[in-house]
Design a protein around this ligand. Structure first.
Ligand SMILES: [Zn+2]
Length: 268
């Protein structure tokens, strides 16, 4: 639970800071030091995170048990959407044409804070919980080898803790929760953006578990993605009379493919 609380605290703190900054932007344009009132609300949010500990852990374990591959996160999707609706969120399912994607929204007005986290598993990583070596529940089955079972749990916990305070204090603001569907396949985030789901978002906070219970914030690495299209053009020749005059475009494709296979681990 230690990492859950820490990650939640981080998301909460960032959310509250974002709220404070967005509110302040309407005023002086400077970010003031946190007020004693804001500090008090942060402490209150943290203790609410502790209160939700069992709920959070159940989410972590349930999503772990589904262990679904990208674009097949059907049980995970159903489970998360159900929790979000029960807690007052409006959920649009199947966003950007992706059946296991959704955008959940609660609140109104600014700031708009979007909390995201990946939900898909990876092949052949079925694993018994709490075992420190590879010991599959189902041999060869997929599982949560990269910890994608934990992020939605901490995000939803953070959102519920902040929502409770926002309701009581009548604070304006919108919380959005969305899944990194098929993240291992680099499958969906660009499509969400292209479909306009982040147009009105002031800040997007993304949660991802790390090893050694580490927590960090700020710009992360691995954000670059370049799409390049190569075209290959050969040169015709009479293959019986003068084959040496020809250049095979297909040979070039195959040579480039072989070449990229070797350094690819440095870029993925
Ligand atoms: Zn991941």
């Amino acid at each position: 639970m230690a990492f859950t609380r820490t990650a939640c605290a981080l998301t909460l703190a960032a959310g509250l800071v974002a709220t404070a900054r967005a509110v302040d932007r309407q005023g002086s344009g400077q970010t003031p030091p946190a007020s004693p009132r804001a500090e008090q609300l942060k402490q209150e949010a943290l203790s609410e995170v502790d209160n939700l500990g069992t709920f959070t852990q159940q989410m972590v374990d349930s999503i772990f048990s589904f262990g679904e591959l990208g674009f097949q996160e059907l049980e995970t999707h159903r489970y998360l959407v159900d929790i979000l609706r029960k807690n007052g969120f409006t959920v649009e399912e199947g966003i950007a044409g992706i059946p296991t994607a959704f955008m959940a929204t609660w609140g109104s007005g600014k700031p708009v804070i979007a909390l995201g986290s990946d939900i898909d598993g990876i092949p052949q990583s079925s694993q018994k919980p709490g075992v420190a070596y590879h010991d599959p529940i189902v041999l060869g089955a997929p599982g949560h080898g990269e910890g994608h079972n934990s992020g939605q749990a901490v995000n939803i916990t953070a959102a519920l803790a902040v929502k409770k305070i926002m309701e009581r204090e009548k604070l304006p603001g919108t919380i959005k929760i969305w899944p990194g569907t098929a993240e291992e396949l680099v499958g969906t985030k660009a499509y969400f953006v292209r479909a306009g789901y982040f147009k009105d978002v002031d800040i997007a906070l993304f949660t991802h578990v790390s090893n050694n219970l580490g927590v960090s914030y700020g710009p992360g690495g691995g954000n670059g993605l370049v799409s390049v299209e190569y075209t290959f053009k050969g040169e015709s020749a009479h293959s019986a009379g003068a084959p040496w005059r020809g250049r095979s475009a297909l040979d070039a494709v195959e040579l480039m493919n072989v070449g990229w296979n070797f350094p690819s681990q440095y870029f993925s």
